[in-house]
Design a protein around this ligand. Structure first.
Ligand code: PEP
Length: 256
C-alpha cells in the first residue's frame, strides 16, 4: 500500500515557541497513525532544533521533521544558505524542493532542482518534490506539458528504487496556493492521474503505483476529505491551514 502523507509547510510563519506549541498540540490530539500514514512538519530553519525536541518528546509514530529548502553543496561560500548535513544535524529527514515560491521569487531552475534532488538522495533524505502550473498555463490548457517538463528535467533521471524509497511528488497548481481557490476534485484527480501515467511510462506501472502524490493549494478542513478521496491523491501539502491545530488536525483526520 502506498504511503498517505499530510505535510504542513509553515513557510516564513510562527515564532519558535508557537511552532513548538503547534507540534505539541497536534501530536497530543491527532489519531494514532496507521503504518502507511505519515505527518510531516516543515518548519523554518530557526525552529528546527526545538521542533525536533518537541517531536522527540511527543514520541508519536510516523511523525517527521521537514525543511522547506536546502542547498545542494556540502559546504562552502554560499552566504545565507543551508546544507543538507546541517539539516540532518537538526533532526530533519524530509525536505521540500521545487516549491513554486522558490521557483518564482528565487529563480530556481529545473537544473538547480535536479542538483538538489541528487544531493538529497545521496544523503538518504526524503524529498517532497513540488510541481505545478501558473494560471496562464492552466487557462491555455497546457498544464500537462508544463508539469511533465518540470518532472522530466529535475526528477526522472533518478532510479526506480530511489524514487520509490525517497521521493514524494506534490502537485501544487500555483493559482490555488494561498488564494483560497482550490482545484476541483476533477482537476486534481486528472493531474494526479497524468503524473502517475507519466511515472508508468518512465518507470513501469508497478513503480508508478507505489509513488505517493500529494495535492497542495488551499487544502483545508472543509475540502481535504473530498480531495483525498480521489484515486490518485495520496494526501496533501498544506500551507495556511497547517499553522493552527484546529485547522491542521481535521486534515490529518481526513487521511483515514
Ligand atoms: C503551499 O504553499 O505549499 C500551500 C499548499 O499553501 P496553501 O495551503 O496556503 O495554499
Amino acid at each position: 500500500m502506498r504511503k498517505k502523507i499530510v505535510a504542513g509547510n509553515w513557510k516564513m510563519n510562527l515564532s519558535i515557541q508557537e511552532g513548538a506549541n503547534l507540534i505539541d498540540t497536534v501530536c497530543a490530539q491527532m489519531p494514532t497513525l496507521k503504518e502507511h500514514q505519515q505527518v510531516v512538519f516543515c518548519a523554518p530553519y530557526t525552529h528546527l532544533h526545538n521542533a525536533h525536541l518537541s517531536l522527540q518528546k511527543a514520541s508519536k509514530n510516523n511523525t517527521f521533521l521537514g525543511a522547506q529548502n536546502c542547498n545542494p553543496n556540502a559546504s562552502g561560500a554560499y552566504t545565507g544558505e543551508i546544507s543538507i548535513g546541517m539539516l540532518k544535524e537538526c533532526g530533519v529527514s524530509n525536505v521540500i524542493i521545487g516549491h513554486s515560491e522558490r521557483r518564482q521569487y528565487f529563480n530556481e531552475s529545473n537544473e538547480f532542482l535536479k542538483q538538489k534532488t541528487d544531493a538529497l538522495l545521496a544523503q538518504n533524505m526524503q524529498v517532497i518534490f513540488c510541481c505545478g502550473e501558473p494560471l496562464e498555463i492552466r487557462e491555455a490548457g497546457t498544464q500537462n506539458d508544463y508539469v511533465a517538463k518540470q518532472l522530466q528535467e529535475s526528477l526522472f533521471h533518478v532510479t526506480a528504487d530511489q524514487l520509490q524509497q525517497q521521493v514524494v511528488i506534490a502537485y501544487e497548481p500555483i493559482w490555488a496556493i494561498g488564494t483560497g481557490v482550490t482545484a476541483s476534485t476533477q482537476q486534481a484527480q486528472d493531474m494526479h492521474f497524468f503524473i502517475r501515467s507519466l511515472l508508468a511510462s518512465t518507470y513501469g506501472a508497478e513503480v508508478a503505483a507505489n509513488i505517493t502524490i500529494l495535492y497542495g493549494g488551499s487544502c483545508n478542513a472543509s475540502n481535504a476529505a473530498e480531495l483525498f478521496s480521489c484515486t490518485d491523491v495520496d494526501g496533501g501539502l498544506i500551507g495556511g491551514a497547517a499553522l493552527k491545530p484546529e485547522t491542521f488536525l481535521p486534515i490529518i483526520e481526513a487521511m483515514a
